[in-house]
Unconditional design. Structure first.
Length: 151
């Protein structure tokens, strides 16, 4: 049975949602939608299963999806549970990927905006096409894949 679902958003919990949102706006051209959100109360606590839950943040429209495309939801809880930086082989959500015209230039833009290196730029075959890609980290250590495709 299909639910006729449509992708809506991906959530990223940040230590500093304003700083991380600015990074994704400046580097990847994400655009805020609506106004910043401040959420708390019994419904949030019950829905999240987090005692005394209170959070704030913003939705950023991802590039390439148009005016009604999916968003990256960046929130900070008043009390975040810190896990530490993820690795590409850890179970669960691993990374967010952006298709860019020039991987090396995009990597440098990430570094210039406070991100860090994770892996080396490589080019591999993907079916009949070639993909050049690299993993980098945003300013809070989350993995971001930069990729560029060619015939």
């Amino acid at each position: 049975m299909s639910l006729a679902a449509k992708f809506g958003h991906t959530n990223l919990i940040a230590a500093d949602w304003r700083r991380l949102a600015k990074f994704y706006e400046d580097v990847f051209g994400c655009v805020p939608t609506g106004t910043p959100r401040e959420l708390s109360g019994a419904a949030l606590e019950k829905g999240t299963g987090v005692e005394n839950a209170a959070l704030s943040g913003v939705h950023l429209r991802l590039p390439g999806g148009g005016d009604n495309g999916p968003t990256l939801e960046i929130f900070s809880y008043t009390l975040n549970d810190v896990l530490g930086p993820g690795m590409p082989n850890r179970t669960g959500f691993g990374h967010i990927a952006f298709v860019v015209p020039d991987v090396a230039a995009a990597k440098q833009a990430v570094l210039d905006a406070g991100g860090s290196e994770h892996g080396a730029i490589v080019t591999t075959l993907a079916g009949t096409r070639r993909v050049t890609w690299v993993y980098v980290r945003d300013p809070e250590g989350n993995l971001v894949e930069l990729q560029s495709w060619s015939e």
